[in-house]
Design a protein around this ligand. Structure first.
Ligand SMILES: Cc1cc2nc3c(=O)[nH]c(=O)nc-3n(C[C@H](O)[C@H](O)[C@H](O)COP(=O)(O)OP(=O)(O)OC[C@H]3O[C@@H](n4cnc5c(N)ncnc54)[C@H](O)[C@@H]3O)c2cc1C
Length: 298
């Protein structure tokens, strides 16, 4: 029986585990992929206090992992499939094991939103900038989404690709001025406003991309076997394993100020939680509060 099980090893989960462990609790972190979460797979980490110059998602994730290991926190690499949360003993069921715990922290974030278009599963679609960007040196790439994360990854890709086109449904980029100014000064970065990617055609790999201008309805077909598409169109919260927890209209978990959900002893932290700002700073803050609250209850 654990005192605390933390689901997800992004900044929220690692912060929660560190605070729980620091209070003498027996903590387990369950992560289905890699320590670092979403921020571990971005080109650069910006704005979080204390980051090093040129901090990449990878270096940030490595330090998160080292800090958790240094604190003696066990991390198992398993996918949580089901949770049974009522009562004093909670059960967390993964693809490999079944665990019992006094408290649970749901810190398993969100997944990239699917566009829901034909051809979304083709090769060359839904790429990751730091992992795949180097394969697109000298080629044309498209970034879907006009918010902070999308524009930041587009700026990174502009250093590698021949041309980067940001395709956004809005009339202009909706990112912070810092990124907007950088984008305006980057000659090979273009914006396709009020537009959407309608379809990707090909057998295994992209052969043609069909874009639509949402104001005129006009379609533009790009016939390019070498093009790559990077999608940063928001996230959907990973809440399927928490049917018993209260959610807001957009599906995010509702908590009180202690990060406690509607079920006593069950907490939520980070991007999965209903809140206004989703950043590493707020994920770490939620993590700290949930870890302290869960430790007090366990
Ligand atoms: C392109 C982009 C750039 C960004 N850049 C910045 C930035 O520069 N600065 C900043 O502050 N914020 C940035 N953000 C936002 C930031 O990444 C998130 O706010 C932050 O990662 C949220 O942390 P989290 O711990 O809540 O969730 P996540 O980082 O999403 O971590 C959740 C973890 O849970 C795991 N998981 C999911 N389901 C399960 C399951 N069933 N079982 C076990 N494990 C599971 C996942 O594998 C993942 O590791 C960016 C976001 C994007 C998309």
């Amino acid at each position: 029986m654990y005192d605390m099980i933390v689901i997800g090893a992004g900044p929220a989960g690692i912060a929660s585990a560190i605070y729980g462990k620091s209070r003498g609790k027996d903590v387990l972190v369950i992560e289905k992929n890699k320590v670092g979460g979403l921020i571990g797979s971005v080109s650069t980490v910006t704005h979080y206090p204390g980051i090093i110059e040129g901090e990449t998602g990878q270096t940030f994730a490595e330090r998160l992992k080292a800090q958790a290991e240094g604190a003696g926190i066990p991390i198992v690499y398993e996918e949580v499939k089901e949770t049974i949360l009522d009562g004093d003993t909670k059960t967390v069921i993964t693809d490999k094991n079944r665990y019992e715990t006094k408290t649970v922290v749901a810190a398993n974030g969100g997944s990239g939103r699917m566009l829901g278009i034909p051809g979304e599963g083709l090769g060359g679609m839904r790429l990751n900038a730091p992992r795949d960007g180097k394969n697109y040196a000298g080629k044309d790439v498209f970034v879907i989404g006009g918010a902070d994360g999308a524009v930041k990854e587009a700026l990174y890709l502009a250093g590698l690709a021949k041309n980067v086109t940001i395709v956004c449904v809005e009339d202009d980029l909706i990112c912070i001025p810092e990124f907007k100014e950088k984008a305006a000064k980057t000659p090979n970065l273009h914006v396709m406003p009020h537009s959407s990617l309608k379809e990707a055609k090909g057998t295994d790999h992209i052969e043609e991309l069909v874009f639509v201008d949402n104001t005129t309805g006009k379609e533009t077909v790009i016939d390019d076997l070498e093009a790559g598409v990077f999608v940063y169109a928001g996230i959907v919260p990973n809440t399927a394993v928490y049917p018993a927890l209260d959610k807001d209209a957009a599906g995010y978990l509702i908590t009180d100020e202690k990060m406690e959900t509607n079920i006593p002893g069950v907490y939520a932290a980070g991007d999965i939680r209903s809140k206004a700002v989703r950043q590493v700073a707020t994920a770490a803050a939620d993590g700290a509060i949930s870890g302290i609250s869960a430790a007090a209850k366990a």
